[in-house]
Write a protein that binds this ligand. Structure first.
Ligand SMILES: [Mg+2]
Length: 184
């Protein structure tokens, strides 16, 4: 078991325009590709864990989400990085059938984080999550992660650290994340 880095997607890896479901609306956030390259060099496994209620709400389909995810994996690889897996939750209680269920995959529930840990052999107690919503931080706490980092304009006392964008993850912090060190 090894430490891992779990990343929310919208508002962390890409600019959140609301229900981004297609490649033409996907814009990498500042520092995102660079972080993925540096994580790969540090042998730190990365997984994306993303709520995709836009599928339940009918704004885009699961195949469109899957196509966008495959495009993301290729773009990251072309930049010299690696994402080991992308987990998306298509469910939302207010959605349309068959997606209108309360799923333990949907953050703040920990289901996607637990799936990533199982699939990739991650030690969640030594792993880090970066997210932009309170539900991301709550999912990290529920799954027992070592560290939860919030991307936000104002400090979040529920997070171990608040940053304005991924460019704030310097090499010293990334090395601590890769070692699985607890937050200081
Ligand atoms: Mg988000």
């Amino acid at each position: 078991m090894r430490p891992g880095l779990l990343l929310d997607r919208d508002g962390v890896l890409n600019l959140d325009f609301g229900y981004v479901g297609t490649i033409d609306r996907f814009v990498w956030a500042p520092g995102a590709l660079d972080l993925l390259v540096r994580a790969h060099r540090a042998a730190l496994p990365v997984a994306v864990v993303t709520n995709q209620a836009g599928i339940a709400r009918g704004y885009y389909s699961w195949p469109e989400f899957a196509e966008l995810s495959r495009w993301m994996l290729r773009a990251v690889a072309a930049a010299g990085g690696q994402v080991a897996a992308i987990y998306g939750c298509p469910y939302h209680p207010d959605g349309a059938p068959p997606w209108n269920v309360a799923s333990d995959l949907r953050k703040p529930a920990p289901g996607m984080l637990l799936a990533a840990a199982r699939d990739l052999g991650l030690d969640l107690a030594r792993s880090t999550l970066i997210g932009d919503q309170p539900t991301d931080i709550a999912a990290a706490r529920s799954a027992g992660l070592a560290r939860a980092i919030r991307v936000a304009d104002h400090p979040d006392p529920a997070a171990d650290l608040t940053i304005t964008d991924l460019q704030a993850i310097d090499d010293t912090l990334l090395a601590a994340i890769a070692r699985g060190d607890p937050p200081c």
